[in-house]
Design a protein around this ligand. Sequence first.
Ligand code: ADP
Length: 176
Amino acid sequence: MDGIGDRVRIHTGDITRLAIDAIVNAANSSLLGGGGVDGAIHRAAGPELEFECRMLNGCRTGDAKLTKGYRLPARYIIHTVGPVWQGGRKGEAELLASCYRRSLELAAANDCRTVAFPAISTGIYHYPKDEAAGIAARTVSTFIEQKTMPETVIFCCFDDQMAELYRQAVAALRKG
Ligand code: ADP
């Protein structure tokens, strides 16, 4: 698929280390911190993050809200709430796609040139990893083909197995 090649990257590592415009947090609807990547982001950003999050009145599944990055090297954090996997017939795919779209809209609205996503919902929320990678790749590529911002989107995978699933998902798009 045209246009996504140079604008989508796959990175293996800890998302809290990325010195970019925005990182996305796979949060829960309270926005007050939790386990997994959410806990890592709150620990790395410091307690000021929770103060700002308290004022946001939570976030619905499929939606996203933006805060400052505080002690993170990233300027902003975009908190999005992925669906809990319940077998696939509860609108999970559309909600997961919405997380990616709403996060990209917020990134663009805040002049973020580079934004990184973790594999939303694939940890504690148990979304099947290959399906989640496919939705992430398709939704991001559709968005960036239509918009100039963000310029670059990074899929930040915590391990090599997840990175390989993203490589396959992005390659499948290129084949059309
Ligand atoms: P969810 O509740 O949306 O499932 P999790 O945080 O449990 O969120 O997991 C989402 C994904 O983030 C998982 O694939 C997990 O391996 C990954 N992950 C956990 N910590 C980090 C981190 N520090 N950087 C990047 N990815 C992470």
